[in-house]
Design a protein around this ligand. Sequence first.
Ligand SMILES: [Ca+2]
Length: 311
Amino acid sequence: MCKRIIVTSLISIIIVFFILFSFFYFYYWKGHIEIFFDKDIHITLPEMVLIPGGWFEMGDTFGDGLGRERPAHKVYVSPYKISKYDITNKEYSVFVQETYPHYYKPDGYWYERNFNSPRQPVVGVSWYDAQAYCLWLSNKTGRKLRLPTEAEWEFAARGGLNNKKYPWGNEISPGGRLMGNFPDETARNGYKKKNRTIKTGYDIDRWTILKGYNDGYIYTSPVGAFPANGYGLYDMSGNVWQWCEDWYEGGYYIRSAGVKDPVCTDSSSGNKIIRGGSWYYSWKYLTVSTRQYYPPWKKYGMLGFRIVEEL
Ligand SMILES: [Ca+2]
């Protein structure tokens, strides 16, 4: 009798476990399947925008940024093209399909439904993944594609304006307009409820949200959901941080003044530059001069990339 109860209980537990496993498996894979098994594969270049290049003042000209954004200094960038949007899940999925399982095995955010619709920027990609994408797409298209240098990124983000804080001017939300996907009231009100599914570090109580601003997105927005800058580029402030080519060096600005096409190749910090700020954590990192950094192997839900074509 006792034995039968134990066997029955064990079977019940196995059945319950199986049902729960199936539920979560399909819940998290649904969005992934839509992207990953897209039969309509076209390898095309993302939309690219010509940036004229020239001399410009790089860095924090207001004196209120992070120390590593100073001194502001003049540098020159040669003309180049840069992608109009961050690389999307749809674009990245073609790379995944072509290289899976030899190179890229998607994980984490690829299965996370808050991040994996086709028009959202791809996140959870390391600097090495972004590099691999550039190499793969260069081979497929015959173009010279790579990540932007930090100087190219900032030149593009400024959109032709001189000495402004944001890609559109000095006010983050001129006249109350929604200019990007920032850490905001929407995030504060919605993040806690959904926090169980996200693997990023800080609780919302530690964020510095932009008070009174409601952009409508807790996590990433689809690319191009907010106004473009003067060069027709979208999401240069907010939504996702973007990997750059350069290694991070805190004092690089001291020795790069007057340099043509500067790129920091000193890898001693072990960190790569990221730019642009994101939907996550602090609205103070949304300026065009903000420099942050991460080790190149890191993968985060607030970190993606865009690409440059050499001319
Ligand atoms: Ca937001």
